[in-house]
Design a protein around this ligand. Structure first.
Ligand SMILES: Cc1cn([C@H]2C[C@H](O)[C@@H](COP(=O)(O)OP(=O)(O)O[C@H]3O[C@@H](C)[C@H](O)[C@@H](O)[C@H]3O)O2)c(=O)[nH]c1=O
Length: 358
């Protein structure tokens, strides 16, 4: 099928990160994808080699758009150009029109996933748009998990990968990745990590700027610095496939937003999520909703510590609290990952949904 995926970059890298993952997943499954994005600049480092079947197209106001394909995906309610919607309404048969929503573990997702939204007026009159919600249960659209991902994860040699990046692991060193927004708990984390031999791989941008400021350092991609028992490595922006490997290589991952949060779950290592902050505090409910599902896989004492650490990392509690025991934390993540692996992935579900509704 021919797909048109529309994406508007609001801020950060999550919008294009998710749309690229989806487009590349569909392309590798033999679909033809046009990815329309208003600002494709991040793809230069995120996806320097492109993907089979995927054409990246700049979506500007003046861009002449071709005839709509078989499926039109409007990512995160990005609002399609009315003239294009009009052509969708005239196409025979009309394209499947999917509104791909943000990821949440809240219960409303199960109620809303797959619902139709018939268009009674406007340029799309006569069309039916469908809401497609990613999620963590059988009654949602699932999570992006391209074929072969887990096999590659299981065959991964972390020491070889770290050495290739110029950060060979020293004996007894734990390895931590850091990808975060502005974070008031970062000083407490750095203080905690200086007590144990640690290699912390810091992503460029907000994470590197804060660590550098707190420790009085200048980040140099590919370079490093020491602070007590903490060894720092400043990362360059990595292609998505290498970013995944970073998460596979680390004992603990600090991730954020949506896509890196999902990839940390596939990595199967203990992780801490900094949720995208919303002014009205809605993110706190969203964070707790995820913890409620995930921590069913943890022993109660361990779950409490994980929840405490996550709350502190998200500014919902002071201090970091006691660090969860690593082995029990890892078992909980693996058990959660096993449960997710038993569910169909988002790409397969979306293909099935479109065939059924089309
Ligand atoms: C640091 C790094 C990230 N990445 C990728 C991984 C992800 O695809 C992407 C980061 O996206 P996220 O993890 O979702 O975090 P983000 O904070 O960048 O994106 C956020 O954007 C907001 C607008 C949304 O509302 C949020 O829900 C969220 O998606 O960048 C790399 O490929 N290489 C890198 O080196």
């Amino acid at each position: 099928m021919q797909w048109d995926i529309f994406c508007r970059v609001i801020d950060n890298f999550g919008d294009i990160g998710v749309c690229w993952r989806l487009g590349a997943d569909l392309g590798r499954r033999g679909e033809q994808v046009r990815l329309w994005v208003d600002d494709p600049s991040a793809l230069a480092w995120m996806a320097p080699d492109g993907a089979p079947g995927v054409d990246v197209c700049v979506w500007a106001q003046a861009t002449p758009l071709p005839d709509p394909g078989d499926v039109v995906v409007e990512a995160f309610g990005c609002e399609l150009p009315p003239a294009f919607v009009e052509r969708m309404a005239r196409r025979q048969p009309p394209p499947a029109w999917i509104n791909l929503e943000y990821l949440s573990a809240e219960d409303y997702v199960e109620r809303s996933h797959g619902l139709p939204s018939p268009q009674f007026s406007g340029p799309g009159a006569g069309l039916r748009k469908h809401f497609f919600y990613p999620g963590f249960s059988e009654r949602t659209g699932g999570l992006i998990r391209e074929p072969g991902l887990i096999e590659a994860r299981l065959a991964f040699d972390r020491d070889a990968w770290l050495a290739q990046q110029g950060y060979a692991r020293r004996t007894d060193e734990q390895v931590v990745s850091l990808f975060c927004y502005d974070n008031a708990a970062l000083p407490a984390l750095l203080a905690h990590l200086t007590e144990t031999p640690t290699l912390m791989l810091v992503t460029p941008g907000l994470a590197a700027a804060q660590v550098a400021r707190l420790l009085g350092l200048t980040p140099q991609p590919g370079g490093g610095a020491d602070s007590g028992l903490l060894r720092l490595g400043w990362l360059p922006p990595l292609p998505q496939a290498q970013f995944d490997r970073l998460l596979w290589a680390c004992d603990f991952n600090f991730v954020r937003g949506e896509d890196s949060f999902v990839r940390a779950q596939w990595a199967g290592q203990p992780f801490v999520w900094q949720i995208y902050p919303q002014g009205d505090g809605a993110h706190e409910i969203k964070l707790e909703a995820f913890l409620d599902r995930f921590l069913r896989h943890a022993e109660p004492g361990v779950g409490e510590r994980i929840r405490g650490l996550w709350r502190a990392w998200n500014g919902m509690a002071p201090g970091l609290g006691p660090w969860p025991p690593a082995d029990a934390w890892r078992s909980a993540v693996k058990s959660w990952r096993d449960a997710l692996l038993a569910q169909p992935d988002l790409g397969s579900q979306l293909l099935g949904f479109v065939r059924q509704t089309g």
